[in-house]
Design a protein around this ligand. Structure first.
Ligand code: MG
Ligand code: ZN
Length: 225
């Protein structure tokens, strides 16, 4: 094994152990953690706002927003009613388990049911860093084009659900839904998906019903333990 590969494996191993520690903290407090990943502009923050609109009265929600700079996204999540923590990665193009651990220390987990982590907008490396959340969700958006599963397979392979945002733009842009879905199916067979529009609200209720199921399922299994 080359020295470079050995070092990379050591870093990934350390990240994995910290991710396990994060998940143990969430489990202990009965918090369901969701890792939202997407390219910049796909609608991560807008989906968090829509999710809070529907589920904010039912669950206590916290949001962790990862960005290279600014607190624009955490400010929006806070305005929508979440406990919000901004992580500025200072140039890093993904979140890792250390950064999430530092954010968790600033959140009252005992006063939280659902934690939404908004990863840095990027379709490459966020897939490689476990955070310790229970589910990973990828948001694709129609204007990005229908070829993204073919170009960024790693991202599509590792997620538990797919949101297809901005479906209100389908009449105006080149996007072949069958071609897109065939690419997704080859990488992640049977992946649950939610075509929706954060702008018009179409499809949002199917998405929030799925999230609510996940949160309640975790609460049920915590009670049984
Ligand atoms: Mg955002
Ligand atoms: Zn990165």
């Amino acid at each position: 094994m080359s020295q470079r590969i050995a070092i990379v494996e050591k870093i990934m191993g350390a990240n994995e152990r910290l991710a396990e520690a994060n998940q143990a903290m969430l489990d202990q407090a009965g918090v369901f953690g969701l890792n939202l990943m997407a390219s910049p502009g796909a609608g991560k923050t807008s989906l968090i706002e829509r999710t809070l609109e529907t589920l904010g009265g039912r669950f206590r929600v916290a949001a962790v927003d990862g960005d290279i700079a600014t607190s624009i996204d955490a400010d929006r999540a806070a305005a929508a009613g979440a406990q919000a923590v901004q992580i500025n990665t200072g140039g890093e193009c993904h979140l890792d388990a250390v950064m999430l651990g530092q954010a968790l220390a600033q959140i009252d987990l005992d006063d939280t049911d659902l934690l939404i982590v908004e990863n840095v907008g990027n379709l490459i490396c966020p897939a490689n860093f476990l955070l310790g959340t229970h589910s990973s969700v990828l948001i694709a958006s129609v204007p990005e084009g229908d070829d993204k599963p073919y170009k960024y397979p790693g991202m599509y392979q590792g997620v538990d659900a797919l949101v297809i945002n901005k479906i209100d733009l389908l009449p105006y842009v080149e996007f072949n839904m069958d071609y897109f879905r065939r690419g997704v199916e080859a990488l992640n067979p049977g992946l649950v998906s939610f075509p929706l529009s954060c702008r018009t609200g179409e499809g949002i209720s199917e998405w929030t019903a799925w999230v609510a199921d996940q949160v309640e399922h975790l609460a049920d299994s915590a009670q049984r333990n």
